[in-house]
Design a protein around this ligand. Structure first.
Ligand code: HEC
Ligand code: HEC
Ligand code: HEC
Ligand code: HEC
Ligand code: HEC
Ligand code: HEC
Ligand code: HEC
Length: 383
């Protein structure tokens, strides 16, 4: 199946919502320039193309159809699964590490993201409902499209390519393809370039679930028309009003860290092109030890002095990038080693579950009482 997808997905598909199909030469009404699709970059940029083709950025949204679920990744024998003939299906979304969602065409012909959510780590389906208690049906282009497709024209309600194509990060390429040396595309190494999508909130007109009109290499334009979820939103941020408890908030987390103030951007640690198709790799530039060691040499030279642990006992990310989000598959990017004191401070909910996890007890010292852990932490880190 992967071989078929790999050949299918990179082709530029012009997909239209309601509006009549646009010609291939139609200018994007938002950027004023034409998108040509990733396939058009392949011949001259084999290295980047091959790497990118093998990353999850290319495999997020896959076509499905009524009666045709072969691109669905979920275990369809799990309870509550959608049926292949239930809707006029259009896309299966995700399903690699956290969840899979499904979009269909409704009676009016609009593409909507529906109620089914497959929770991958727990291998079960849940039905999503809106505030009024109705089955969820969200306009796909306005709620999801900006981050799961490339060349989105929100005025004309169309886009150029499914998934995160070359032009999502480098901008429209029509001029460059015709005149590579004369017309350059953008190369944006700022965290805002990734923050276009690795973020949560709403645009200021309240129509879109993603930032609009971001200009490459102009970090200040990211939030000009976008309101990030507030730190007091307990559904998305832990009660310490710092660490995330929902996925795709890496930019908002990072912004609160000293990596942001010191200018250590996403691309310092992540390679924007290199990943693996079948699982989440983190797209790191090198093994973690080498990456962190590049700048934190003294700590890597003697991890035990730093934290009382050998690297083999606890890696840097075991304490500093907790996987506390999305059923344990996504990390917080504040880089905080969360102390047990926070767990004690915020207490438990009505069902007796802690409101705030900590770095000591999530993976390792599960059986140790949090008060005892707090005492150990204070002795070790002299806090
Ligand atoms: C006909 C060949 C050709 C095609 C097609 C092409 N490029 Fe290029 N690209 C080049 C050449 C040549 C350069 C180096 C230009 C220079 O150094 O002046 C380049 C440079 C680049 C750079 C680096 C720019 C910089 O300032 O460092 C990026 C990024 C890039 N191309 C992206 C793309 C993308 C995205 C596409 C598809 C939309 C694409 N290219 C299609 C030939 C091509
Ligand atoms: C997720 C964002 C992203 C995507 C998708 C992406 N790039 Fe890049 N690209 C970057 C960034 C950021 C750089 C700057 C160099 C770096 O950080 O490694 C870059 C650098 C480049 C360069 C300059 C040479 C180099 O490797 O540094 C070329 C050429 C290029 N990209 C082509 C492409 C092509 C072709 C595609 C699609 C097949 C693509 N990129 C997809 C973000 C992206
Ligand atoms: C602001 C950008 C943005 C918007 C809007 C957005 N997403 Fe995402 N989504 C992402 C990013 C970035 C990731 C991957 C990072 C992560 O999971 O932390 C992701 C991950 C996912 C995943 C999990 C992927 C997996 O393989 O497990 C699913 C499913 C998903 N999104 C569906 C949707 C749906 C459905 C919508 C619309 C209702 C939507 N997203 C809206 C940016 C966005
Ligand atoms: C100091 C290094 C560093 C910086 C800076 C950094 N990351 Fe990460 N990132 C990591 C590590 C380490 C992982 C964990 C990889 C793993 O689990 O194997 C990771 C994982 C991820 C993942 C996979 C899902 C998750 O959250 O675990 C995404 C997406 C991601 N980072 C996006 C970003 C974005 C976007 C930025 C910039 C706003 C960023 N990262 C900045 C080191 C970094
Ligand atoms: C146009 C939206 C968009 C942009 C821009 C973008 N991402 Fe993503 N990213 C996504 C989505 C959506 C996913 C989820 C893919 C999936 O699950 O199939 C994702 C997944 C990832 C992952 C997890 C995949 C893995 O193998 O672990 C990493 C890491 C990541 N992105 C880093 C980056 C970095 C670094 C940048 C900036 C150079 C960036 N992204 C820019 C939308 C985007
Ligand atoms: C490109 C250099 C660079 C890389 C790579 C890097 N760091 Fe950093 N890190 C810094 C700088 C600079 C600071 C800020 C130091 C200061 O403010 O005194 C910092 C600060 C931190 C902090 C304190 C954060 C805070 O908000 O208080 C932690 C924790 C940290 N780094 C962990 C890591 C880990 C873990 C890795 C590897 C995944 C890593 N760093 C990779 C340069 C880097
Ligand atoms: C056992 C848990 C643990 C491990 C493993 C760990 N750290 Fe830390 N680290 C901490 C704690 C706790 C702090 C102090 C946090 C605070 O100041 O609130 C800290 C602080 C830091 C700081 C900030 C120092 C400063 O000047 O404020 C950096 C940088 C850092 N760690 C990097 C790393 C790197 C790189 C690794 C991997 C070799 C690593 N840590 C492994 C627990 C750990």
């Amino acid at each position: 199946m992967h071989a078929i997808l790999a050949t299918l997905i990179p082709f530029a598909i012009l997909i239209v919502f309601g509006a009549p199909p646009a010609d291939a030469g139609t200018k994007n009404t938002v950027t004023g320039v034409e998108y040509v699709g990733s396939k058009a970059c392949q011949a001259c940029h084999q290295t980047q193309y091959k790497a990118w083709e093998n990353s999850l950025h290319t495999q997020m949204v896959r076509p499905i159809a009524k009666g045709d679920f072969k691109n669905v990744k979920a275990d369809l024998t799990a309870q509550g699964a959608p049926k292949p003939d239930q809707y006029d299906w259009v896309y299966a979304i995700g399903g690699w590490y956290k969840e899979e969602r499904y979009a269909y065409r409704d009676a009016k012909g609009n593409v909507v993201t529906g109620e089914f959510e497959y929770n991958k780590p727990q291998n079960r389906f849940v039905l999503r409902k809106d505030r009024a208690g109705n089955l969820e049906a969200l306009d796909w282009l306005n709620s999801c499209g900006g981050c799961h497709a490339t060349g989105v024209d929100y005025n004309a309600r169309q886009f150029n390519e499914l998934n995160i194509g070359c032009e999502a990060c480098h901008g429209p390429g029509a001029l460059h393809v015709k005149n590579p040396k004369g017309a350059k595309v953008a190369v944006d190494k700022t965290s805002e370039g990734c923050g276009q999508c690795h973020i949560r909130g709403q645009d200021t007109s309240k129509r879109f679930g993603y930032p609009i009109d971001y200009q490459f290499n102009k970090p200040e334009t990211l939030l000009a028309k976008f309101t990030p979820i507030p730190v007091t939103d307990t559904g998305s941020v832990y009660p310490d009003q710092k660490n995330s408890n929902r996925h795709r908030q890496q930019y908002l987390d990072w912004k609160k860290s000293r990596h942001a103030t010191a200018g250590v951007s996403c691309t310092a640690c992540h390679d924007p092109h290199v990943g693996a198709l079948s699982y989440r790799t983190g797209m790191l530039r090198a093994p973690e030890k080498a990456i962190c060691g590049q700048c934190h040499e003294a700590i890597l030279a003697n991890p035990e002095k730093h934290s009382g642990h050998r690297y083999e006992q606890a890696s840097c990310s075991a304490c500093h990038l907790l996987k506390t989000i999305g059923s344990g598959s996504v990390t917080t990017h504040t880089f905080e080693a969360v102390p047990p004191a926070k767990t004690i401070q915020y207490g438990v909910d009505d069902r007796g579950r802690v409101k705030m996890p900590n770095s000591c007890t999530v993976y390792c010292h599960k059986a140790v009482d949090v008060a005892a852990m707090d005492a150990k932490y204070k002795a070790l880190f002299k806090k």
